[in-house]
Write a protein that binds this ligand. Structure first.
Ligand SMILES: Cc1cc2nc3c(=O)[nH]c(=O)nc-3n(C[C@H](O)[C@H](O)[C@H](O)COP(=O)(O)OP(=O)(O)OC[C@H]3O[C@@H](n4cnc5c(N)ncnc54)[C@H](O)[C@@H]3O)c2cc1C
Length: 383
């Protein structure tokens, strides 16, 4: 590949999402190289989201649910989400799908085992990027690597999950459990999340929204207890595990960089939920259109002010009063219409949806946090 138009640093969800859009344009795509540090891809995560619109990964969806449960302990309420089913995509088919598309496209390539060292360096009207073995030059750079060190966040969404198989039928494959606040609150707002794949198999996760990012070892005991409760203590075999700590609202702006940044920490994750897959895909659509249009890459656009303000206040309330988390989160689904909540959580909420969400929450803690935030800085700015 000769002179490059674009270097993409990191070939995970965001880097590959953009590469995929560029392959749509064959040889008229900008000449692009994705540098990925990993030697190969594994089935390292599952992405789930409400199908609020048709998308290009329908064939990769491995499970889908029309009903979801939210509540505490045995008292779970079930909500119908059939109009926007909750879908699950496992990562390896996504990585493989994009790799296949890249292989058939002359203008876009992917180099695995290419760990980028340091920051891009300006070079005339372009950038130099180094790996341990090579230096690359391109007109534009999009950096999807997580920042180092990791920034401070208002909250972290730490979770540990495992796909478990059991002999006795233990799960209802028709109903996913979005949040079951089944463990006493200790380190934040804690709940189990269960995606039943059959009566005998499920992805079971324990999640904590808290001020610290928790290691897998810190969540292991909770996950084992949650799994035992679900399967009645019988033997389980574990097919695969996943762990992460996702940012929920940055505590301050990241140091601005003169090259484009994207991905989870750069607007990819919705602050109040940590959901990122659909936002990253929407960014990839916009960024690819811009590259194909005027030739420039685009960062994620900031959320509208009202959404940012609501997310910030919500996160501050959960941080200040985590013991109220179950009541607030379960109350949201109990009091507002399911369609509205899903639209709001999927970045599609109208101002009316936002009003209904506000109306479904107890005013006291939110007014206190909104007042405190106003005294600190304008609403919508996190910090
Ligand atoms: C286990 C797990 C489950 C999740 N579940 C959901 C979900 O259900 N729904 C949802 O919406 N979101 C979910 N997320 C959040 C989010 O969708 C993912 O984190 C998503 O992968 C973020 O995309 P990204 O491209 O920003 O980061 P990544 O996908 O992590 O990609 C970053 C890439 O950069 C590479 N890299 C890092 N440093 C270098 C370097 N120096 N040189 C070269 N390459 C480098 C990494 O190897 C990686 O491949 C989940 C995240 C995880 C980890």
């Amino acid at each position: 590949m000769g002179e490059l138009d674009l270097l993409v640093l990191g070939g995970g969800c965001a880097g590959l999402a953009l590469a995929l859009r560029l392959t749509d344009h064959g040889t008229s795509s900008p000449r692009t190289l994705v540098l990925e540090g990993r030697e190969g891809y594994e089935d390292d995560r599952t992405w789930s989201f409400w199908r609020t619109r048709a998308h290009r990964f329908e064939d990769l969806v491995s499970a889908s649910w029309n009903r979801m449960a939210v509540g505490s302990g045995g008292r779970l309420e079930t909500y119908d989400c059939g109009a926007t089913p909750y879908q699950m995509l496992t990562a390896l088919p996504y990585y493989e799908h994009v790799q296949e598309r890249i292989e058939g496209c002359g203008a876009v390539s992917l180099q695995l085992g290419a760990r980028v060292t340091g920051d891009p360096v300006p070079d005339g009207d372009g950038w130099l990027v180094r790996t341990a073995h090579e230096t690359f030059r391109a007109r534009h750079v999009i950096d999807t690597r997580p920042p180092t060190p990791l920034p401070e966040c208002l909250l972290w969404q730490s979770f540990l999950g495992q796909v478990v198989t059991v002999e006795a039928p233990s799960f209802d494959p028709q109903v996913l459990t979005l949040m079951d606040f089944d463990d006493p609150n200790r380190r934040g707002v804690q709940f189990s999340y269960v995606l039943p794949l059959s009566a005998h198999e499920a992805l079971v996760e324990t999640t904590v929204f808290g001020p610290q990012a928790l290691a897998a070892s810190e969540l292991r005991g909770d996950l084992d207890r949650a799994t035992a409760r679900l399967v009645g203590g019988g033997p389980v075999s574990v097919r695969r595990s996943e762990h992460s700590a996702l940012p929920m609202g940055l505590a301050g702006p990241l140091t601005p960089r003169p090259w484009v940044q994207a991905g989870l920490f750069h607007g990819g994750a919705r602050p109040s939920t940590g959901y990122a897959f659909q936002r990253i895909q929407a960014w990839a659509d916009t960024c690819a259109a811009s590259l194909l249009g005027d030739g420039t890459p685009r960062a994620v656009q900031p959320d509208p002010l009202l959404r940012r303000a609501m997310d910030t206040v919500f996160l501050r309330v959960l941080r200040a009063e985590p013991e109220r988390g179950p009541e607030l989160l379960a109350g949201l689904f109990a009091r507002a219409s399911t369609e509205r909540v899903i639209r709001f959580l999927s970045d599609l909420g109208s101002p009316l949806d936002a009003l209904a969400i506000v109306g479904s929450l107890p005013p006291g803690p939110f007014l206190r946090e909104a007042g405190a935030a106003l005294l600190r800085r304008p609403l919508g700015e996190v910090g």
